[in-house]
Design a protein around this ligand. Structure first.
Ligand SMILES: [Cu+2]
Length: 114
């Protein structure tokens, strides 16, 4: 009888340890990801994009009109993007990165890296 109780206790103890390990994994830091910004009807969408450090952001021009993606602080600058052309940039440092379209300076957006 006492051995059976010990065995049950052992099994329950191991199950408890497993559950603890699972919680640790779930609370791990956010991993870098890839994110998209769509250029559509003279608007960057989303206007503000928040991503973890190390993420790559890809802009795609869905307009029939050329646009550019130019960092206000000179961190990145695309060529002129025609319809369906893409521009990607990898953000290795945390910070706030405002940008605009140099052809239509009223088009603005921002990437927040954290
Ligand atoms: Cu534009």
């Amino acid at each position: 009888m006492s051995i059976a109780v010990l065995l049950v206790g052992l099994v329950l103890g191991i199950a408890g340890l497993d559950a603890g390990a699972g919680n640790l994994t779930a609370s791990a830091q956010q991993k870098p990801e890839t994110a998209e910004v769509k250029i559509d009807n003279f608007i960057f969408g989303p206007a503000t994009l928040t991503v973890p450090v190390g993420s790559t952001v890809t802009w795609t021009n869905h307009d029939d009109i050329p646009h550019t993606v130019v960092s206000t602080e000179g961190v990145f600058k695309s060529k002129v993007l025609d319809t369906d052309e893409k521009f990607s940039f990898a953000f290795s440092k945390a910070g706030s990165y405002p940008y605009f379209c140099s052809i239509h300076p009223k088009m603005t957006g921002k990437v927040v890296v954290q």
